[in-house]
Write a protein of this length. Structure first.
Length: 125
């Protein structure tokens, strides 16, 4: 990737357009600017630019927000042929969770469900 912009949306609010090569601090500033965010920490899975190569994850953690949260989505059309991958990290040690994509929601999944079972459940949406 070598050009374009993307946005992030959380709680019906959208960031201003972020450059393809925005660093984690710039992304965090944009996310923190959303009134729907109490606090957030932004890191990248690799590198120092958001979309500088394939497979770089933008990881947004909401340490002060407990319980069910709205999905964070991205608009990547202005990046060209970009692939969006969403990841969820569950730090709970009991209970269940659901995943929603579009207008469909999975059945409740146990907190310790393995990746293969989650993937099979998503494919059935």
């Amino acid at each position: 990737m070598a050009g374009g912009t993307f946005t992030l949306t959380f709680g019906a609010q959208t960031t201003a357009a972020l450059a393809w090569n925005a660093n984690a601090a710039a992304v965090q500033t944009a996310v923190d600017g959303l009134s729907s965010v109490a606090s957030a920490t932004v890191t990248f899975s690799a590198g120092s630019a958001a979309c500088s190569g394939g497979g770089i994850g933008i990881i947004v953690t909401f340490p002060a927000m407990v319980g069910d949260q709205a999905a964070m989505t991205s608009a990547v059309a202005a990046l060209g042929n970009a692939l969006e991958v969403q990841a969820l990290t569950c730090t709970g040690t009991f209970g269940t969770f659901t995943l929603t994509f579009g207008a469909q929601t999975t059945a409740a999944l146990a907190w310790n469900t393995n990746a293969a079972a989650v993937q099979n459940t998503i494919y059935r949406l």
